[in-house]
Design a protein around this ligand. Structure first.
Ligand code: FAD
Ligand code: NAP
Length: 536
């Protein structure tokens, strides 16, 4: 027997976006439910349990601001919160706001079809259960669809295979074993540092060397926490005025307007402060190749100073634009390669040759391994949506509508798919920002919008094609002024073979994006088609 449930809103995903969306809509008297494929809440922090998993936004800022009591009562223990601590926080939120009765876990959404006559979404789960919901809200995450490259021979590998984004719940013991890690992105950087301490031998397979800046993580003293809490509203408001909702302001000066020595002095200051705010030292690292080169050289010198074996140091030197791929945070990442039990393999042009029962083959040499860790990232931003068969008006599939890259209005709604919202979707600042304030912004915009529609008895809302085209054109124009197209990043879909090469997040910054969203709402949801019961 399959169940059928009628709701005002179905929310797909029980990460921070889905949890807050549920809380908000329930508070407004809407019937809403969250479903998630996972067996717990927390999204990213439920799935990514690999050793060393940690946030690289400081805990006091990577937290909800919507509830003052929550903000005041929760105690963070470290400057950067670990995955277990963030997961405890997500569970605390679900407890505190009594969200559990409306959360349905172990439920994967496989399809969502728009019923034009009823102006509602018919959403089907993997077990055949159906939800009929006026609104479908995709809180499916930007980095939730794990990417496992089709390595030749992967199935034949005789040892254990782990993906960082699908890590087992039980502790994985690496003691006395030969481990291989494929990838050197942010997940790999964190995992490598920890696995190296435990494994008999760790071999890292690197395709592109990464820029890793020091985190300088530390316990968070109670007094420091109290002080931030006392000033939270002002601190949050200041963060909202920065490009990405972070707690560090960009120095509005060109790196080229100062001498090389002065530039290095400031970069060193930024390095010692710790964190991905390192590139806020000057305002043109993202725009000027000459400015960027100064920051690149600074990090390359750090690597040369740290890594003892010159050959390994040379292999670890990144040569792409710094900040083009996301910066990674490390705690002694480069120094890890000074350990006798760690070796680095630079993959050839074609990547891994193949995987055998015994290990990994690169450029003809076989590296024997007991376990393999795939730190190969995600089909980012569109992957989770593409894995659902989403059909809008006239049976148009989202996969077809986005075959040349995602197109939508404000990252929130797609022409042809009425009453469907995406939280932190492509076309919005999302992954370029501190995701917590970004999520809160989208949730609050969507909730206000649903209230508006209810008050005016509007049953259908859809992004107009011309508004969508205008937004996509604007987003592409802003991105084209930056250096972001110069490397093969997941922001461009370049990590997934066959994915169209489009810069997916909106890079115009949070303040202007918030202004635009507010202006659209103020003007009665300008750029959207709103249809009342009689007009449909
Ligand atoms: P998610 O947390 O990704 O949750 C989405 C949920 O949707 C998942 O639980 C998934 O199971 C579910 N789902 C997807 N498809 C379906 C389906 N078809 N059916 C049912 N359920 C489905 N951001 C920062 O700002 N700072 C950081 O330091 C940072 N660190 C990160 C570290 C890692 C390892 C990763 C992977 C991401 C990191 N991020 C960071 C980004 C992070 O994803 C966001 O901060 C935030 O957690 C996203 O929340 P969300 O609710 O939007 O999505
Ligand atoms: P990622 O940044 O995409 O890194 C994937 C790594 O795997 C890259 O080194 C990539 O090499 C390599 N790779 C992919 N396919 C490969 C193939 N076929 N052969 C060989 N190597 C291959 O993924 P991630 O490290 O999981 O991070 C994704 C994002 O999640 C981050 O950018 C960040 O936004 C977030 N994150 C944040 C933190 C944090 O510190 N808070 C931690 C983890 C993740 P190429 O570079 O050559 O493609």
């Amino acid at each position: 027997m399959h169940s059928e449930t009628r709701l005002d809103a179905l929310i797909v995903g029980a990460g921070f976006a889905g949890l807050y969306m549920l809380h908000k809509l329930r508070g407004m008297g809407f019937s809403a439910r969250v479903v998630d494929a996972a067996s717990g809440v927390g999204g990213t922090w439920y799935w990514n349990r690999y050793p060393g998993a940690r946030c690289d936004v400081e805990s006091m800022y990577y937290s909800y601001a919507f509830d003052e009591d929550l903000e005041q009562e929760w105690e963070w223990t470290e400057r950067y919160p670990s995955q277990p601590e963030i997961l405890r926080y997500a569970n605390h939120v679900a407890d505190r706001f009594d969200l559990w009765p409306d959360i349905q876990l172990e439920t994967r959404v496989v399809s969502a079809a728009y019923d034009e006559a009823a102006a509602s979404w018919r959403v089907t789960t993997g077990t055949g259960d159906v939800f009929d919901a006026r609104f479908c809200i995709m809180a499916t995450g930007c980095l939730s669809a794990a990417n496992t490259p089709e390595f030749d021979g992967l199935d034949e590998f005789g040892g254990r295979v782990f993906h960082t984004g699908r890590w087992p719940h039980e502790r994985v013991d690496f003691a006395g074993r030969r481990i291989g890690v494929i990838g050197t992105g942010s997940s790999a950087v964190q995992a490598i540092q920890e696995i190296a301490r435990e494994a008999a031998h760790l071999t890292v397979f690197q395709r592109t060397a990464a820029y890793v800046v020091e985190a300088f993580n530390r316990p968070l003293p109670a007094a420091e926490q109290r002080e931030i809490k006392a000033n939270y509203p002002a601190i949050r408001a200041a963060a909202r005025k920065t490009f990405g909702g972070f707690n560090r302001m960009t120095n509005e000066q060109s790196a080229l307007s100062v001498s090389e020595e002065e530039c290095r002095r400031r970069l060193e200051e930024g390095w010692q402060a710790g964190g991905i705010g390192f590139l806020t030292a000057y305002n043109d690292f993202g725009f000027s190749e000459a400015a960027n080169m100064r920051a690149q050289e600074f990090v390359r010198d750090k690597i040369r100073e740290t890594v003892k074996d010159p050959e390994t140091a040379e292999k670890l030197l990144p040569h792409h634009v710094i900040g083009c791929k996301r910066l990674s945070l490390g705690t002694g990442y480069y120094a890890t390669y000074n350990r006798a039990n760690v070796s680095l393999v630079q993959l050839g042009e074609g990547g891994v040759d193949r995987i055998t029962a015994e290990g990994v083959v690169s450029e003809g040499a076989e590296y024997r391994l007991d376990d393999l860790v795939l730190a190969t990232g995600f089909d980012a931003m569109t992957g989770a949506l593409a894995r659902i068969d989403i059909r809008g008006r006239g049976g148009l599939t989202l996969r077809k509508a986005w075959e040349a890259g995602p197109r939508n209005y404000l990252g929130l709604m797609v022409n042809g798919f009425p009453n469907l919202f995406t939280i932190t979707g492509p076309g919005s600042p999302s992954v370029l920002s501190n995701m917590m304030p970004t999520i809160e912004h989208h949730v609050e915009w969507i909730a206000d919008c649903l209230g508006y529609l209810r008050d005016r008895k509007i049953r259908e809302m859809e992004a107009r094609l011309e508004a969508q085209d205008g937004w996509v054109e604007h987003a592409n124009a802003v991105a084209s002024k930056t250096l972001r197209y110069s490397c093969s990043s997941w922001y461009l879909g370049a990590n997934v073979p066959g994915k169209p090469r489009v810069f997916m997040p909106y890079i115009g910054g949070m303040p202007s994006y918030r202004e635009k969203c507010a202006a659209v709402a103020m003007a009665g949801y300008e750029g959207f088609r709103l249809a009342t019961a009689t007009a449909v």
